[in-house]
Design a protein around this ligand. Sequence first.
Ligand code: NAP
Length: 309
Amino acid sequence: MKAAYLEQFGGPEVLQYGDLPDPVAGPGDVVVDVHAASVNAADWKFRAGQYARHDNIKFPQIPGRDFSGAISAVGSDVHDLKVGDDVFGVLNAGKEGTYCEKIAVKAAIIAKKPPALSHVDAAALALTGLTAIDSIENTLKLKRGETILIQGGAGGVAGFAIQLAKHIGARVITTTSAANRDYVRDLGADEIIDYTAQDFTQVVTGCDAVFDTVGDDVARKSFAVLKPGGRAAFIASGAQAPKPDRSDVTALRPPVPRSRAAMERVAALFAAGAIRPPAIKLYRLPQAADAHRLSESRHFRGKLVFQVR
Ligand SMILES: NC(=O)c1ccc[n+]([C@@H]2O[C@H](COP(=O)([O-])OP(=O)(O)OC[C@H]3O[C@@H](n4cnc5c(N)ncnc54)[C@H](OP(=O)(O)O)[C@@H]3O)[C@@H](O)[C@H]2O)c1
């Protein structure tokens, strides 16, 4: 099969394109002919060696965590999916490898793709949807009538989170650069702060919740906008939430477990009209280095997706 892969960690230029062996379906696995795979920020962090325990990594390594495609083989013990089913999902935590034409994945953590959702859109919504749902619904337990600040509104996870928070009935404040103001308004944001012109800590107060997708200083400063008893969830600050600088708020790190139920929740939110796919820039696998350069710049809108087939 064709794949974009690494023979070493490094800059975007280490991404190569060529032939690697086809995977086989082990017990409980299906092989999926990948139609689309999305670029997530985790992919360039992985490529750069930021996640690697170098002794355990064997090259070649294929990056990529989510996909949409059609099942082409079924392993033993798989009875609920069959060859020809269109499916989408996210690889198990700690696994990479969707920038390619075929993957083997546990059947139990993937779901059928709604027919009305294209493969490209399904790939774009897979890890972003899983993460936003686990953050907004399971971790922050956001409720109707609450106010949430979502940091980084034009990104993939935050764009899903804005729509989900509005679907729940919350009031949404978000941060973005001026170029993405209309984009986040269309997603449903009630109040938009241009972070290049305004310090959010000066204009936002009394939030019930914060969802930070930006990290670093933005994450650390986010505690300031919470009301007493408020809660904040962080997905761009590593494995632990930053420690709050006040004692009357809670800092949370969503665990983002993979499951078929979570993918079915993504599909159900799409089918209900609560979530629509983000803005998407398409790439082909040989352009993986270009896609990583843009992803790593952290200034684009929505999602970058490989159209594989
Ligand atoms: N399981 C997990 O824990 C998990 C899963 C998915 C993602 N993540 C992490 O979550 C983070 C977000 O990922 P993502 O893919 O959604 O988006 P991303 O690619 O990391 O972010 C892109 C967006 O960030 C915005 N942005 C950059 N700096 C900003 C700032 N200072 N204030 C407000 N917005 C800013 C940009 O908008 P402008 O162009 O307008 O600046 C752009 O739209 C990443 O760190 C990723 O690794 C974690």
